[in-house]
Unconditional design. Structure first.
Length: 469
């Protein structure tokens, strides 16, 4: 019977083992493989690519469906239009995403990195381009070492052409979410693009080409902060990709019909296929490592070998430290429940905020002058009311004062705004009493939909008057 290697020496989530993935002068050439987790990853990445590249071309109500119009300070997301005043909702969304990442990390480690991270997704896409143009892993290794010939030049040129094509499309699409995509694409195709748009398209083209084509795993290992702090969110029940050393050791090749126990070996045949498919070039058998992005490529590769050898799957699998030590994984535990509860509460709060979001906005700015006396001898203050129609239809509004006995609103109080229109309305407020109760009093302005009084917005300002006249 093979000697059992203590789990703690190879799997320590709180202190991930640092193993050098590759030498500085060696490129990682991954091997093609198939399996359940690869299918899930391709399906997920395909959906994300379709959403990213396709949504920008959709129209909604005569405009681009999703457009962050920085010039007009309007952000269109299908039928909704958001304004700078709604940025608190964006902040809430980012906080929800952060807690979602915390929760999924506690539950299943770095599955975000392996399945949905843009860096990982584009890297896998660029690696597919390498396979199409330069061949499989062994062919690419030989091509890398071969002298420059017409064949090598043609293959490398084809690869970089594909890389650049994807990068340009990515840069154009990203900028298209901030500048209308159709005129932007027309300008690019006719070589008429210039200025700020050209700079940002080239910037994101270069970022995609360099990050996914050249840096690849270096971004995950050296630039991404998530790899550095992920371990503080792990516990002994976190599902991570792990090698079962008790079952796999001792390693060694053998014929398929040979039983491992008869020759003093474990189930690992030391084929190194798990290393050859890894996009960061690590050996999962060395234990949990900071470079592991949780993509499960090694699981698919190992399971295929286990099938060929007639062994049970799961030598490399998603498992926990507790399970590797012979215990059971606790799916429900305080930290995961806490993150999930906070996440659900924040999602519910965001939904309520979106539903209750006022579809008209009102900002009140008091004139710099303190006060003035009008023709009737009354003290007046001047205000500028900024009203925004956040709906997709023309609306009629009424402006009034709320609970302002002794004050009179003067100026334009009935306004009509087109969808998304902003208007500045100058008004004045007169003090009807001969003597003010205070030198500074609070006034509440209200703008209300004429047809639907339930749609309104309020804003406060100050009324200043002299105590001695």
């Amino acid at each position: 019977m093979s000697e059992r290697i203590p789990t703690v020496e190879t799997f320590e989530p709180i202190h991930p083992k640092k193993v050098k993935a590759k030498s500085s002068d060696t490129l990682i050439h991954t091997r093609s493989f198939t399996g359940l987790f690869r299918t899930l990853r391709v399906a997920g990445a395909g959906f994300l690519f379709l959403a990213f590249f396709g949504t920008v071309w959709l129209n909604w109500g005569g405009r681009q469906a999703v457009l962050w119009d920085l010039a007009e300070s309007k952000f269109h997301i299908f039928g909704a239009t958001f304004w700078p005043q709604d940025f608190i909702l964006l902040s809430a969304l980012l906080i929800i995403c952060a807690f979602g990442l915390f929760a999924i990390t506690v539950f299943a480690g770095r599955v975000w990195c392996g399945y949905t991270c843009p860096q990982s997704s584009f890297t896998w896409l660029f690696m597919w381009c390498e396979k199409v143009t330069e061949g499989e892993r062994n062919q690419r290794i030989k091509l890398q070492a071969a002298p420059w010939t017409l064949n090598k030049l043609a293959r490398r040129s084809a690869k970089h052409t594909l890389w650049l094509g994807i990068s340009v499309l990515t840069g154009l699409t990203f900028v298209g979410y901030f500048t209308p995509i159709r005129p932007l694409a027309e300008e690019l195709l006719t070589w008429q693009m210039g200025g700020v748009s050209l700079f940002w398209v080239l910037f994101f083209t270069a970022a995609t080409y360099i990050n996914a084509g050249w840096l690849r795993e270096a971004v995950c290992m050296h630039m991404c902060p998530y790899a550095r702090f992920q371990s503080v969110m792990f516990d002994k029940d976190t599902l991570t990709i792990s090698y079962d050393s008790a079952r796999g050791e001792n390693r060694g090749p053998r014929k398929r019909e040979v039983k491992p126990a008869d020759v003093g070996l474990g189930d690992c045949i030391d084929c190194h296929l798990c290393v050859q498919v890894c996009p960061t070039g690590i050996d999962i058998r060395d234990g949990l490592q900071m470079e592991c992005i949780g993509c499960a490529a090694c699981i698919d590769a190992c399971d295929s070998i286990m099938d060929k050898m007639g062994y049970a799957r799961g030598l490399v699998s998603y498992t926990s430290e507790h399970q590797l030590q012979g215990g059971k994984t606790r799916l429900l535990r305080p930290r995961l429940i806490g993150y999930s509860a906070v996440l659900l509460v924040m999602i519910a709060a965001l939904v309520v905020a979106l539903v209750e979001r006022p579809m008209v906005s009102l900002d009140v700015t008091k004139d710099r002058g303190m006060f003035r006396e009008n023709a009737q001898g009354q003290i007046e203050n001047i205000y500028s009311l900024k009203v925004i129609n956040k709906t997709q239809q023309r609306q009629d509004y009424r402006v009034e004062l709320v609970e302002a006995d002794g004050f009179q609103l003067q100026g334009k109080t009935e306004i009509s705004l087109a969808p998304g229109e902003i208007i500045d309305v100058p008004v004045s407020v007169a003090l009807l009493a001969e003597k003010p109760a205070s030198s500074s009093q609070t006034l509440r302005f209200k703008v209300m939909d004429v047809d639907e009084p339930g749609i309104y917005s309020v804003a406060d300002s100050r009324f200043v008057a002299p105590l001695n006249r």
